[in-house]
Design a binder for this molecule. Sequence first.
Ligand code: HEM
Length: 190
Amino acid sequence: MIAIKSEPDRYGVPALILHWLMALLVAALFPLGLYMTSLDYYHPWYQLGPWWHKSFGLLVLVLLVIRMVWRGINMNPRPLSAHRPWEVSLSLFVHRLFYLLLFFTCISGYLISTADGRSIEFFTWFEVPALISGIERQEDVAGDVHFVLAVSIIMLTALHIAGALKHHFIDRDETLKRIFGLVAKEKRRV
Ligand code: HEM
């Protein structure tokens, strides 16, 4: 049976979709950001790259807010009993840091784009107005912060994936299966 709300030992479908959708977006946004900043003015992707990057970046922010609200009204599964206390603390720390980094990466990206007072297009649906603009060196400072935070997210993701693979291949527990929604039936009836 599909669960909408997360339960003590498994994630609900919305939590799983949010996790993997955001993981995909982060995996696409980072190389796209590097690529588009390397292009010269006459390249066809000079305008198109930032347009997709901004729209998908705003989508990350929207999904992040939905995810926080969903987490607020819905429990997160408990850590598996096989997890040692340091592993539980580290994974909690990494998850919280992800939320913080993702939030400030989106905000700093917004500040780069709105530095000159221009709004941001959210796909072709609507425009997000420039609420903060004209601060001295706004584009440069926001750009540096955005880059450092984006690199931090990638490094944290590497640690996160290493942890997930360690649980799967060394500890041979259910951690990785859980985030794919694959949990053995008997384990769910605890
Ligand atoms: C940038 C990409 C990613 C981000 C931002 C991210 C973030 C998170 C967060 C915040 C959680 C906590 C649960 C939740 O709130 O939904 C989580 C759980 C988890 N993630 Fe990721 N994740 C990413 C990519 C991945 C990848 C590629 C894998 C697998 C190789 C993975 C494996 C897991 C696992 C196994 C859990 C469950 C941990 C547990 O149940 O204790 N994640 N992730």
